[in-house]
Design a protein around this ligand. Structure first.
Ligand SMILES: [Zn+2]
Length: 339
C-alpha cells in the first residue's frame, strides 16, 4: 500500500484514539496525514520551525536538471516561490558545476507543518534539501530513488572534507544557490564551510549566508527569505556580516573537550521534548488543515487568523520548548552529530 493511501488511515486511527480526547494530537500526525495541499491562496504561515503552508505547489519529480528523491515521503511541496527557485537553481547550479543535474531531498509536506521524521524546520514551504552527490545522466526509477544513499563529504577526521569525494563542482553548486538574493541561509557541515572558505578565492560575499550546522554533510539545506510583503511569515534575523570564515568557524572545528579521567556522577535522564500541537502553531494553521484538498475546490483567499483558536485550549497547555531553527549556536558544537 502506498504511503499516500496509508496516511489518511493513520489520521483516522489517531482521531479515534481515546487518549487523544484529553491530550491534543501532535501536529506532526495531523499534517503528516494530509496527502494534498489546502485549496487556498499560497501563504507561508509562522516561522521555519513552527508553522504551516497554505496553497502549496508541487515540485515535479523530474525536470531537465533535477530528480526528486524519496518519493514515498510526499515532501516535494513548497511555496510557489520555492518551487520557482528550485527549478531555476537546478539549471544554473548544474551548469556551473558541470553536473547532469541535482538530486532533490525534502522540501515540505503538502500543508507544511511539523513532520513525523527528520526535520525541526521545513514547515512553511521555504526550506529545501539538495543532495551533495550529482544526479546521474539517466532517470532513476522510483525504487532507486528510495534505495540510493546520499554520499557524505566528510574525511576520516570529520573536520575536513574528503579530497577524494569533494570537488570544485560541489563548491560551484553551493555558490550558485548562495548567490541568489532570495536565499536567507544555507546550512552545511562545518567541514564543508571550511572547504568553501578555502576555495572561494576573492569573490566571498556569497559565503555570508552559508552557515555551519550539525549534520548536513550528505546534503545542504537552502532556506529562502519570507516572500516580500508577507505579514504571516516570521523572518529570521540576517546572518552576521562577513564571510563567517574566522573565529566562529574555528569554534565549530575545534576538537571536543577530553573526557574526564574519573567517571562523573550519572546524568539525570533528559526530559523528552513536548510534542508540537496545533495550539503551538499560528491559529491560521487550523484553517490550512481544515481546507479542502486543492483541485477539489476553488482556492479560498487566506483570511486573517481569528483572535481566539477555534478549538478550546486544554487545561494548562504545555509550553513548547523552543526548537532550534537549525541555526542557533549551541554551547559545545561538535560536527560529529548525525544529521
Ligand atoms: Zn533541511
Amino acid at each position: 500500500m502506498s504511503v499516500r493511501r496509508l496516511l489518511p488511515l493513520l489520521a483516522a486511527a489517531l482521531a479515534a484514539g481515546p487518549a487523544l480526547a484529553e491530550q491534543p494530537a501532535p501536529a506532526k500526525a495531523l499534517f503528516g496525514a494530509k496527502a494534498m495541499p489546502a485549496a487556498m491562496a499560497p501563504v507561508s504561515i509562522g516561522s521555519y520551525a513552527k508553522g504551516c503552508l497554505a496553497g502549496a505547489e508541487e515540485l515535479p519529480i523530474d525536470g531537465p536538471n533535477w530528480q526528486v528523491m524519496r518519493l514515498s515521503r510526499n515532501r516535494n511541496w513548497g511555496h510557489p516561490m520555492l518551487i520557482a527557485f528550485a527549478e531555476k537553481l537546478a539549471v544554473r547550479a548544474s551548469r556551473a558545476a558541470g553536473w547532469p543535474g541535482l538530486l532533490i531531498g525534502d522540501l515540505a509536506q503538502p500543508r507544511g507543518g511539523p513532520m513525523v521524521s527528520g526535520h525541526a524546520s521545513h514547515q512553511i514551504g521555504l526550506d529545501m534539501d539538495i543532495w551533495l552527490n550529482p544526479a546521474p545522466s539517466r532517470r532513476l526509477t522510483a525504487k532507486e530513488r528510495e534505495d540510493i544513499s546520499a554520499v557524505s563529504m566528510l574525511g576520516a577526521d570529520k573536520r575536513s572534507v574528503d579530497p577524494k569525494i569533494w570537488t570544485r563542482g560541489h563548491l560551484e553548486v553551493i555558490k550558485a544557490a548562495a548567490s541568489d538574493p532570495a536565499v536567507a541561509r544555507i546550512f552545511v557541515n562545518p567541514a564543508i564551510k571550511k572547504a568553501l572558505c578555502e576555495g572561494a578565492g576573492n569573490d566571498r560575499d556569497w559565503l555570508r549566508v552559508v552557515r555551519p550546522w550539525y549534520g548536513h554533510h550528505y546534503h545542504f539545506h537552502v532556506r529562502l527569505d519570507c516572500p516580500a510583503g508577507s505579514t504571516d511569515c516570521t523572518p529570521q534575523k540576517a546572518p552576521p556580516a562577513g564571510d563567517g570564515c574566522g573565529a566562529e568557524l574555528d569554534a565549530w572545528l575545534k576538537p571536543p573537550p577530553k573526557k574526564p579521567a574519573k567517571p562523573s556522577a550519572p546524568k539525570k535522564p533528559a526530559k523528552p521534548k513536548p510534542e508540537i500541537t496545533l495550539n503551538d502553531l499560528p491559529a491560521a494553521c487550523r484553517q490550512v488543515l481544515a481546507a479542502p484538498d486543492s483541485g477539489t475546490a476553488a482556492p479560498a483567499a487566506f483570511a486573517p487568523a481569528p483572535a481566539a483558536p477555534a478549538v478550546p485550549l486544554p487545561v494548562a497547555a504545555p509550553q513548547a520548548e523552543a526548537i532550534p531553527a537549525e541555526d542557533v549556536p549551541l554551547p559545545v558544537p561538535s560536527p560529529a552529530r548525525r544529521s
